[in-house]
Design a protein. Structure first.
Length: 151
């Protein structure tokens, strides 16, 4: 399935993102622990294009701040991504901040995981999968015998 790009010229979205960036710089980030460069949070629609343009396969989790299962899944997904040593990039997408993503993917419930390779949607998982299924979901995105792709 080809995933459409979204061109965003909505000034309200720009103000929301600017306020969010100001809040993080003024009050500090969510965590003092530096995450690896392959663990990311979507902060703008430019990140959406980064997901589609990535040479490295991407797993993204669509979630919402009020969703308890989403809060449980995120650290588990991040750990499994770390276990794959940078062969896959992880993005956390808050659908409250980016409803256009939710609408485009027709998300009915969260958490929802998607995998993207070469700009194409490869697979999806609903709910909180067990570690074995989640690990397979990630591992299916690359051949461990091939050299790692560098961005």
């Amino acid at each position: 399935m080809t995933i459409p790009r979204i061109i965003q010229n909505n000034s309200m979205m720009t103000h929301r993102i600017s306020l969010m960036q100001f809040s993080k710089s003024f009050f500090g980030s969510d965590s003092n622990i530096k995450k690896p460069e392959y663990i990311k949070e979507m902060t703008s629609m430019e990140d959406w294009n980064s997901i589609l343009d990535s040479k490295t396969p991407v797993v993204f989790q669509c979630s919402a701040s009020w969703c308890r299962p989403c809060q449980v899944l995120r650290p588990v997904a991040e750990k499994i991504i770390k276990d794959h040593n940078g062969r896959v990039v992880f993005y956390y997408v808050d659908i409250e901040k980016f409803p256009e993503i939710s609408n485009m993917l027709n998300i009915q419930h969260v958490p929802q995981l998607y995998s993207v390779k070469d700009g194409q949607l490869v697979n999806s998982l609903s709910g909180v999968p067990n570690n074995t299924d989640l690990n397979k979901f990630v591992a299916d995105l690359y051949d461990p015998n091939e050299p790692q792709v560098k961005e």
